[in-house]
Design a protein around this ligand. Structure first.
Ligand code: IMP
Ligand code: MG
Length: 208
């Protein structure tokens, strides 16, 4: 592994290296282009879910040839007790009106699926013409919400991962690969309900 600093800070394994990420994101970009052949007249609006999706979003949009517009949303869980219900609070709403638009939600990772489920419901109320979801990662997890992902980068095992935008307690987002953190490190900071640490650095923190 070429990230000695990261390894010293709890990274135990590289799950997806830079070259593999780049290849797959390139494919996803081309697949998206094919889905929006009329982008010159009707550019899709890519909606990145902050903060984790920033890296993926920036590579994905550059892998597309057609016209796109971009926007971001930031959401937060209400904290451990409501996390299971998937109720989220909007910290930053869209700048665009999406009624009648073709929108693409860009997510870093689908874990329980609850955040995405809630977000989709919320966006549908604004009556976009259609909504697609592109997610870089989806965890293979029993009991996860059956939320539709139209384009998926990789299915991964149910482990806590960081890098390429994904954080642990705010750190590791700048790793260029997707890496697995030492579970011992997670145990030190995990909340009492076993929720993943990034959701709860100051309780009810940003979900991204
Ligand atoms: P979900 O609602 O459980 O599907 O996940 C909500 C958010 O938690 C995701 O969009 C990520 O920002 C974050 N998350 C979930 N799993 C991980 C992980 O393994 N590493 C870092 N962030 C994660
Ligand atoms: Mg996210």
């Amino acid at each position: 592994m070429n990230y000695p600093g990261a390894r010293g800070h709890g990274v135990i394994d590289v799950l997806i290296d830079e070259a593999t990420l780049s290849r797959r994101v390139g494919e996803l970009g081309r697949e998206l282009d094919a889905l929006y052949p009329d982008s010159a007249n009707d550019p899709p609006l890519l909606i990145g879910v902050l903060t984790g999706a920033v890296t993926f979003m920036s590579d994905l949009m550059r892998a597309m040839d057609g016209h796109v517009e971009i926007d971001f949303m930031a959401v937060s869980s209400y904290g451990a007790s409501t996390r299971s219900s998937g109720v989220v609070r909007i910290l930053k709403d869209l700048d665009h009106v999406i009624e009648g638009r073709r929108v693409v939600v860009v997510e870093d990772i689908v874990d329980s699926g609850l955040t995405l489920q809630y977000l989709l419901e919320l966006l549908r109320q604004r009556e976009p013409r259609d909504i697609r979801v592109v997610a870089l990662l989806r965890k293979l997890k029993a009991g996860a919400a059956d939320v539709p992902v139209d384009l998926l980068g990789f299915e991964i095992p149910d482990e806590f991962v960081v890098g390429y935008g994904l954080d642990f307690a705010g750190l590791y987002r700048n790793l260029p690969c997707i890496a697995v953190l030492d579970p011992a490190l997670l145990g030190e900071r995990a909340g009492p309900h076993g929720e993943h640490p990034s959701s709860d650095p100051h309780s009810g923190g940003e979900a991204g």
